[in-house]
Design a binder for this molecule. Structure first.
Ligand SMILES: Nc1ncnc2c1ncn2[C@@H]1O[C@H](COP(=O)(O)OP(=O)(O)O)[C@@H](O)[C@H]1O
Ligand SMILES: [Mg+2]
Length: 285
């Protein structure tokens, strides 16, 4: 590591105070675009850089839960109990083997929540109420959304300020993105005025003319919201999930690990720069 890397890395480190908690939903209603892989791995790298990080699994398929090595059978209290029965969220939090990284797991029971919440007052705000009890304890809360635009995703969008959208580099990449942006707009107007797209990350890239033209189309649309770090198609990422480990633990030298490391650094830098801008403008006032 050279000295500029050292400088870079000290910039990334968490300062002891003055850092506002960030709650981010990883959302795209298409399945298989890399939401869970992105959620697990950015959470793991944020934790690695010293940020207290909580990953919340909002998908009944529970891939983020198993991707961190927990089996559904071992889960007592899941996100389901918090959303439907108002359980104390602290009882659901699992310690992971990784410093600074905690998990609120899900189980397939969560698939019932959409129906069970139908008659509940303010049902779109159940997750927001959960997060209000937790957010002061974390620097980052990352929410892995399910592949749908139902009540669970709406709960996530109503609870966060920021969304990161993973888009798979492929022919159907843009399919559904317009619909997702419409929903984001709708949620912004009706439930959460602060909601904004924080960034877009291209996933499963393998070099081809098609993939490159998809990326330039996304760049035209999203401008500098598109992260520079592009996640390559890398079988080690797939394997790490099946071993229940984030890639930083499974194979930190893998191409996919480096890409997620870079992505986490970009996320941290953007927030730090935003923080500086807010600080500067408050000094001017
Ligand atoms: N960059 C990648 N390279 C190779 N396989 C990947 C990559 N990202 C995700 N995968 C694999 O593709 C599948 C779908 O990814 P996943 O993150 O679960 O998507 P989603 O949560 O959007 O449904 C999983 O088996 C995952 O391990
Ligand atoms: Mg998933």
């Amino acid at each position: 590591m050279n000295s500029s890397d050292n400088l870079n890395n000290s910039f990334l480190k968490k300062e002891s105070d003055g850092f506002l908690g960030k709650i981010v939903a990883i959302a795209n209603q298409k399945g298989g675009v890399g939401k869970t892989t992105t959620a697990i791995n950015i959470a793991a790298y944020l934790a690695h850089y010293g940020y207290k990080t909580l990953l919340i699994d909002m998908d009944p398929q529970s891939n983020a839960t198993s991707g961190l090595g927990f089996s559904q059978n071992s889960v007592n209290i899941s996100i389901y109990s918090l959303l439907v029965y108002n359980e104390d969220p602290n009882k659901a939090i699992l310690k992971t083997p990784y410093e600074n990284l905690k998990l609120i797991p899900s189980t397939k029971q969560l698939s019932g929540a959409e129906v069970e919440l139908v008659t509940v007052f303010k049902r779109e705000f159940r997750l927001k109420e959960v997060l209000q009890k937790l957010e002061d304890n974390y620097d980052y809360i990352i929410i892995d959304c399910p592949p749908s635009l139902g009540l669970l995703t709406v709960n996530a969008l109503a609870a966060v300020k920021n969304i990161i959208i993973p888009i798979q580099c492929g022919y159907f990449a843009l399919e559904g993105v317009a619909q997702l942006l419409n929903i984001i707009d709708l949620v912004r107007r009706s439930l959460n005025v602060k909601l904004e797209v924080e960034g877009v990350v291209m996933t499963m890239y393998s070099r081809s003319k098609l993939a490159d033209s998809v990326i330039s189309e996304i760049k035209n649309h999203f401008g500098n919201k598109l992260y520079n770090s592009i996640i390559p198609r890398n079988v080690r990422l797939d394997e790490s999930a099946s071993h229940g480990k984030p890639i930083i633990e499974f194979e930190p030298g893998a191409k996919g690990a480096k890409a997620y490391d870079e992505l986490a650094k970009e996320i941290i830098k953007r927030y730090k720069n935003k923080g500086l801008t807010i600080l500067e403008s408050s000094l001017i006032i």
